[in-house]
Structure formats: structure tokens, C-alpha cells
Design a protein around this ligand. Structure first.
Ligand SMILES: *[C@@H]1O[C@H](CO)[C@@H](O)[C@H](O)[C@H]1NC(C)=O
Ligand SMILES: *[C@@H]1O[C@H](CO)[C@@H](O)[C@H](O)[C@H]1NC(C)=O
Ligand SMILES: *[C@@H]1O[C@H](CO)[C@@H](O)[C@H](O)[C@H]1NC(C)=O
Length: 289
């Protein structure tokens, strides 16, 4: 945008408002989210500090953020459906709207008691996904709350679990791979029945005698650019400490931790699935650096 003659006072106001809005906001479910479906099965409790979703034979439930975001560091703590969660899926993701939408997905696929959940991740850009990576976790995600984070900036999308990066999707626009960077996204979550495919390839069905199934959420924190009325709350040229995430990249130690998790806990990677891509792996998979 061309600079226009504005008084210095105006500039300072804009700057202050900008930095206030982009500052970290410790969340309250009442002010940050709307329950979108489930007919009473989703509940906001403890003055907005806790949210629970439930699923029974008649319906699942879900919520979405009031705000749309364009880049951010977004943390949420989840405690997943305990016991026999086979057939259930807890989806937690960011998505824009429309057929060429962008999406950043965490999906937790339940399992029979004693068998591990599968954490499924995916990235869509310009309506195209198919970039699945799946993991088992190094803890029981139903026993306690754990933090699942997305760092989304113009350089990369980094998925983390309890602060340990598990996946990085780098901006590979230089080699012609679209990267999510211009469509604002909302946060969505839902708990639903997917027993036709979710658990052990659909062989294990939901045991409805164990319903209702419940997943819990707390400590939402968004250090993010809020998109409203065609404008971002962030000031791109400001280098305030609050915006450090905007240029953050994985340092060598974090990269080493990520490699270790991938080596020990990754159970599927589209980037190594040569049978699926006989014409050659997707470009971002073979890019060096
Ligand atoms: C469930 O447990 C089986 C056996 O350990 C495992 O192969 C699978 O990845 C687990 N997750 C799902 C969603 O089936
Ligand atoms: C953004 O920040 C820079 C540097 O702090 C400042 O010069 C500029 O005026 C700010 N722009 C807006 C729109 O606030
Ligand atoms: C990180 O790794 C790169 C390449 O392996 C190396 O060149 C660089 O010096 C390392 N940086 C630090 C801070 O160790």
C-alpha cells in the first residue's frame, strides 16, 4: 500500500492497536469459540476454562473459533477419549473456506483399549491435500492433557506435541508447490464416528455400549494474526518480541528432536510411499535443504 500523509499521532495509534491485537492471548472458550453442532453434546465449563465434546450413537459434536487467523502460533491442550475409543475420531484443525481451501490437520484416530492412538496429520494448499504423515505417541494421550501446537508462518508449518516438533511442511513455492499464505483460517474441532475407516483400517467398529465418548480441551493460546475486515492485526514490518514466531525456524537441536520422533514414532509418510506415487513423489518430498 502506498504511504499516505498521516499525522504521527495516527501512526502511533495504529502501531499500538496492532501490537495489542497480535499479542499472545490466553484463551477463554466463551470468548474465543462457538459451539457449532452436537445439540448439547459440546459443553463449555469452568467459566470458559474447559471445553468437552461428546459422541454417542445419535451424534457427535464440534466447535470453531470466532476469529480467523492468517499465520500464528496456536496451542491447545487435549485429553482424548479414554478406554475403548475404536471407531472415534477427534479432529483438530485449521481451515479456510471454499474449493481451493488451505488446511492444517491434526486427527486422532481412536483404538481398542491398550492399543495406541494414531495421530494423523495433513496439509492442504489450494484445495490439494494428500500429504499424510501418521504417528503413534510416546505417551497415553487419554491419561492427561497434552499440548498440540501449530506454528504457521510464511516459511513453514510446524506441528509440535508438548513442544517437540514432529513435522515440518516447508514453503516450497520456489519449486512450484503452493503454500498456505493468503487465505485466513479458522480453528475447528469435532468428535465423530468414523468406524468405517478409522481404526485398524475399519476392521474394528465403535462399541456403542461404551458411549458417550468424551474428549476435553483447555489452555488454548493463540499468538497469532487475526484477520478481520480484509486486514491483519499484525504489523509485518515490526520486529517486536511478540512476533518472533513469525520468523521462527527449527534450529538444529529441534531438527534433531524431530528426526528422532519421526524415526521412532512415524508409522506412515506420504513422502516415502512410492507405490502410491508411481509417477514420482510429490515435489516437496524430494526438495533438498
Ligand atoms: C491401533 O492399534 C494397532 C495395533 O497396535 C495399530 O497397528 C494401529 O496403528 C493403531 N491405530 C489405529 C488408528 O488403528
Ligand atoms: C509497523 O512497524 C514499523 C516498525 O516498527 C513502523 O515503522 C510502521 O509504521 C508500522 N506500520 C503500521 C501500519 O503500523
Ligand atoms: C546447524 O547445522 C548446519 C548444517 O548441518 C551447520 O552448518 C550449522 O553450523 C549448525 N548450526 C549450529 C548453531 O550448530
Amino acid at each position: 500500500m502506498a504511504s499516505s500523509p498521516t499525522s504521527p499521532i495516527m501512526c502511533i495509534c495504529v502501531l499500538l492497536v496492532g501490537s495489542l491485537l497480535s499479542a499472545a492471548s490466553a484463551g477463554n472458550f466463551n470468548s474465543d469459540f462457538d459451539i457449532t453442532w452436537g445439540d448439547g453434546r459440546a459443553k463449555i465449563l469452568n467459566n470458559g476454562q474447559l471445553l468437552t465434546l461428546s459422541l454417542d450413537k445419535a451424534s457427535g459434536s464440534g466447535f470453531q473459533s470466532k476469529n480467523e487467523y492468517l499465520f500464528g502460533k496456536i496451542d491447545m491442550q487435549l485429553k482424548l477419549v479414554p478406554g475403548n475409543s475404536a471407531g472415534t475420531v477427534t479432529a483438530y484443525y485449521l481451515s479456510s473456506q471454499g474449493t481451493t481451501h488451505d488446511e492444517i490437520d491434526f486427527e486422532f484416530l481412536g483404538n481398542v483399549s491398550g492399543q495406541p492412538y494414531t495421530l494423523h496429520t495433513n496439509v492442504f494448499s489450494q484445495g490439494k491435500g494428500g500429504r499424510e504423515q501418521q504417528f503413534h505417541l510416546w505417551f497415553d494421550p487419554t491419561a492427561e492433557f497434552h499440548t498440540y501446537s501449530v506454528l504457521w508462518n510464511p516459511q513453514a508449518i510446524i506441528f509440535s506435541v508438548d513442544g517437540t516438533p514432529i513435522r515440518e511442511f516447508k514453503n516450497s513455492e520456489a519449486i512450484g508447490v503452493p503454500f498456505p499464505k493468503s487465505q485466513p483460517m479458522r480453528i475447528y474441532s469435532s468428535l465423530w464416528n468414523a468406524d468405517d475407516w478409522a481404526t485398524q483400517g475399519g476392521r474394528v467398529k465403535t462399541d456403542w455400549s461404551k458411549a458417550p465418548f468424551t474428549a476435553s480441551y483447555r489452555n488454548f493460546n493463540a499468538n497469532a494474526c487475526i484477520w478481520a475486515n480484509g486486514k491483519s492485526s499484525c504489523n509485518w514490518s515490526s520486529t517486536s518480541k511478540d512476533n518472533a514466531w513469525m520468523t521462527q525456524e527449527l534450529d538444529n537441536a529441534s531438527q534433531a528432536r524431530m528426526k528422532m520422533v519421526q524415526k521412532n514414532y512415524m508409522i506412515y509418510n506420504y513422502c516415502t510411499d512410492t507405490a502410491r506415487f508411481p509417477q514420482g513423489l510429490p515435489k516437496e518430498c524430494t526438495a533438498t535443504s
